[in-house]
Design a binder for this molecule. Structure first.
Ligand code: ZN
Length: 258
């Protein structure tokens, strides 16, 4: 970005900065993922960020990994379910419902998809963003939920904004250097947040396939890195179809929704 004499900004000609589609915690839910990707394409995004957990819980692990793999310019980090489904994390860490599905996932995953998950990085740092699954301090395991954790984690990434998933609850944490404190708020449907240069942010983009904020609709977001503007969306998808597939595969839906 170049500053003009009058103080306005001008992008360098022919350099189009990324307009990111962001999603997380797909959890093998193909119906939800398909709706999210279609919506993000309509938003005109030119790159994608995925904060992990492509698999786990749901009935279509191979299809979801293959769909994400097929996206051009998609940067993906590993989630705890991805790690467990390819043998990088002990399933004893999970509750019995998640554990049962992880064993099923491990069995049905094709070798090439397992290999893809195995090679995912824990953290990706771009021009002005970082992505991790759980937290910058402990990417695979930490659930970022409390003020103290947010303050501590600000020291573990160097960019203005860090996008996360893992808790499946969409929210934004705003750190204001001028005031020294932080503000935490839930993300609402169709909310637009303008990232101010004097602040730093941790944004949980919620879950595609298994939201846990009492709204079953899929979550996704768009980040315009040129304008430093973030937009959050909720989308309906064919939940019944996913439920039927889970029933057929003898996976547990009850726990899946909580
Ligand atoms: Zn998850």
């Amino acid at each position: 970005m170049k500053k003009n004499g009058d103080g306005s900004n001008t992008s360098e000609k022919n350099v189009k900065r990324p307009h990111f589609g962001i999603f997380s915690d797909v959890h093998s839910n193909l119906e939800a993922l398909s709706v999210v990707l279609e919506h993000l394409e309509h938003q005109g995004v030119n790159s994608y960020l995925c904060c992990g957990d492509i698999v786990g819980y749901g009935p279509n692990p191979n299809e979801c990994v293959e769909k994400v793999r097929s996206i051009k310019d998609c940067f993906v980090v590993m989630g705890n379910h991805d790690a467990a489904s390819c043998g990088l994390k002990d399933t004893a860490w999970f509750n019995k419902y998640a554990r049962a599905t992880l064993h099923w996932t491990e069995n049905v995953l094709k070798e090439e998809n397992r290999d893809y998950l195995y090679r995912l990085p824990r953290m990706i740092t771009g021009d002005n963003y970082t992505i991790v699954h759980g937290s910058p301090r402990d990417p695979l395991n930490e659930y970022l939920l409390e003020e103290k954790q947010f303050l501590e984690n600000l020291g573990y990434f160097g960019t203005q904004v860090c996008f996360i998933g893992h808790s499946h609850i969409p929210f934004v944490v705003l750190s204001q250097s001028s005031k020294g404190g932080i503000e935490i708020k839930r993300l609402r449907e169709n909310e637009t947040i303008k990232l101010l240069p004097e602040n730093r942010y941790i944004i949980n983009v919620g879950s595609v396939g298994q939201p846990r904020d009492k709204d079953p609709r899929a979550c996704c977001a768009v980040f315009n890195s040129e304008e430093t503007e973030f937009n959050f969306f909720r989308l309906e998808y064919e939940i019944n179809k996913t439920q039927e597939k889970m029933h057929e595969a003898k996976l547990l839906w009850k726990r899946y929704q909580t």
